[in-house]
Design a protein around this ligand. Sequence first.
Ligand code: ATR
Length: 272
Amino acid sequence: TDLYAVFGNPIAQSKSPDIHTAFAQSTGEKLVYEKRLAEVGEFVPAAKAFFADGGRGLNITAPFKLDAFSMAQELSERAENAGAVNTLLIKDGKFYGDNTDGFGLVYDITENLGWSLAGKKLLILGAGGAVRGILQPILEANPSSVVVANRTASKADELAKLFSRYGNIKGCGFTDLENSPFDMIINGTSASLTGELPPLPENIIDKNTFAYDLTYGAKPTVFMNWSAENKAVNIADGLGMLVCQAAESFYLWRGVRPETQSVINKIRQSLT
Ligand code: ATR
């Protein structure tokens, strides 16, 4: 049976084995998907050993996405732009690195949630690795404009420069945000994990604003609560992105696109 795995540290919390096992069941693909703990600094030898033993593909989660990027001998354009690799496979005898995070986000937003990005005025909060990982696919969905706002404005400016060839994008600090509501706000700050929200002007959101948090949990995130307090009605967390980035990895490995909504529902029920 073909073997796949996810590497991370920590790894116990990973839902990838449940997700890929559900995909394998629904598509009839025969595979086994495991989670593997690697010590920090030992990802590359562990991943090489995995492939040398016949492993067919890997997902990579924190803190190894940059190590996976450096291990890849060939990169997809979106992985190159993300500066990070979450999916590895062997292609033409070489380690091939891809990044399915941004595709997963766009797929979840447009296909599962049914929200449109084309022609929309987007605000993205944060300018770290998570945001860098989504910008190419987001811009390729043809929003009319993307503003990246970050606590450290210079990092948002750098990302805007890096991605300007893909569309209309600019960077700024939170206090520079315009005086009018956005069509969609995507939260990519890691602050929301610790229950904090950056200081945001309230006039950037209204009842028509779509709000998406890249993180997820059993309860609504602080960003989701803030969005609801500001009258937004279309609000989602990043569980769908998690399942959809996995689906894209599965497609890269198996050539089959699994259905995602039922898996999102199933994983949602298991969140505690
Ligand atoms: P990730 O992989 O989750 O993107 P990261 O690369 O460390 O992690 O990026 C973290 C992001 O969250 C950054 O945009 C960071 O802002 P700075 O670039 O100014 O550091 C943002 N962030 C983290 N803590 C924050 C806080 N308390 N308030 C506002 N933004 C915060």
